[in-house]
Ligand binder design. Sequence first.
Ligand SMILES: Nc1ncnc2c1ncn2[C@@H]1O[C@H](COP(=O)(O)OP(=O)(O)OP(=O)(O)O)[C@@H](O)[C@H]1O
Length: 539
Amino acid sequence: MATRPWVNFKRLSVRVPWWIVMAIVIPVAAFRLARFVVHHRRAIPGVTAVLLLLYAYLRFGWLPLVLVALAVAGAVGLWAWRAMPSCRRFLLLPVLGRWRGFWVYRRQWAESLSLSGLHKTFDGMVLLPRLVGVRCREATDEVTVRMLRGQNPELFHKAAVNLAYSFGTRQCRVFSTRREVAPVRLGRLAGALRLVDRVRYRDRPRLVTLVFFRRDPLTEKVEPFEVPPVPDFTALVVGLREDAERYALRLLATHVLVAGATRAGKGSVIWSLIRALAGGVASGLVRLWVVDPKGGMELAMGQPMFARYEYDDFTAMADLFDQAVSVMRKRQAALRGLVRVHTPTLDEPLIVIVIDEIAALTAYLQDGELRSRIAQSLGLLLSQGAGLGVLVVAATQDPRKETVGLRDLFPTRIALRLNEPNHADLVLGDGARDRGALADQIPVPLAGVGFVRLEGHPEPARLRFSYVEDALIREMAALYPAPVVGPFPARVTVPTSTGGSVVPRQRPARSTSLKDGPLLPSGLLDALGPRQLTDGDQP
Ligand SMILES: Nc1ncnc2c1ncn2[C@@H]1O[C@H](COP(=O)(O)OP(=O)(O)OP(=O)(O)O)[C@@H](O)[C@H]1O
């Protein structure tokens, strides 16, 4: 016998007047859509595409949608197969940015910012910083935020950790200036483009950029980069930044101090830099004067690349610095009134003095007379040598003033793993640690990871220097030996992996005059400007 239902829903149902519902829903939906499009003009192509697909579906059914989906998937697959980098840059990362902007950031914005203490109350209203845009990079999400009136970037620095965890990441860095800098414009339209750039890249103090890390690209060892035949002293690629972009060090007219606890990877900074300069070393445009006071433990393998190499005789080291001062003085006399920055040429090359442990010369050296002689010469070089093409690149384990009294004379400073929390401020300047340079928290296995100040950015950037293995150093030494020239010939033997030593092939230096023009890349010539070239030079 059929059982009757307990409740007969059909009898309870009410007839819906659909025409009334549609008369309300359609205008409301149209109005909201129009408002969305007005507020998000960039979404117009997407909205148009969705409306067209909807129309196609209503008119012709599923088939057109399936065909469009197949065509789009095929085109994207082909693009990714043939040119993955451009596909990532122009399609995949922007799409990811849209998605994460909507799903991760906008959806949780009010809650996360309020709970992180970044809201304010005014006139009975709760105000929140405005999310301006989200851009995905290889490893990071860059979220641009307009601060409220009465806020400054320091508030965001303090809230950075809370923000990171609120949005499901472990690390958030706050930058108060633009992440990207205006490109160097060359060619016919350069003038007009520079004008556009001045507007486009103008300073906007009320915007901060929150950089959230989806993954840390610095946990993997960074492979050495290719050796440029002509080094660009304004941009020597030596490492990888936390946003997975290459880090280029500007060596032109600066001195570099590398500070790091023992086994922090100071050697990898020096070798990455030497590798980036190797092309210039072989051509004679760069001369490396190397001082290795730890008895040649760190740098001996690259000896053929060095125009001068001192590792056991402290008097010879002091002489080397004195000779560097006299080169500097000669250049001063020759260039006085003509240029402000020396342009390296084969006759007047860039002299880079590399010191593996500067404290061994300025603090630990027992002979007080020699120590003060070295300190005086170094002081002169550091205060006057940069513009004259006599540069100092020094490493130290201890960045305190007692050990490196000349610390503040190094304009470019790199902090690797450090022993004390306050050492980051000593190296990178006051407040660096508060702005994210947690150099004392770099794990021991992450050798070669450190912080630097990028030009124009108050917040330090995190990066990892490339690791140049011993075998590659030997190969570099054989491929890019310094040309033999007087008056300071290098004492050259290369230790081999089997314990013996060889004398590498060395080429005589090619003499040139200023008439041949400096062997510099166009980017550097542009940076130096036409005033820096003497009459006979051909850029
Ligand atoms: N950039 C790097 N990437 C990966 N591993 C590295 C890197 N730099 C150094 N290392 C590892 O850390 C070890 C110590 O490196 P390195 O000798 O350069 O440190 P250091 O700071 O110069 O040491 P010391 O204070 O003894 O002079 C190396 O043997 C290597 O295994």
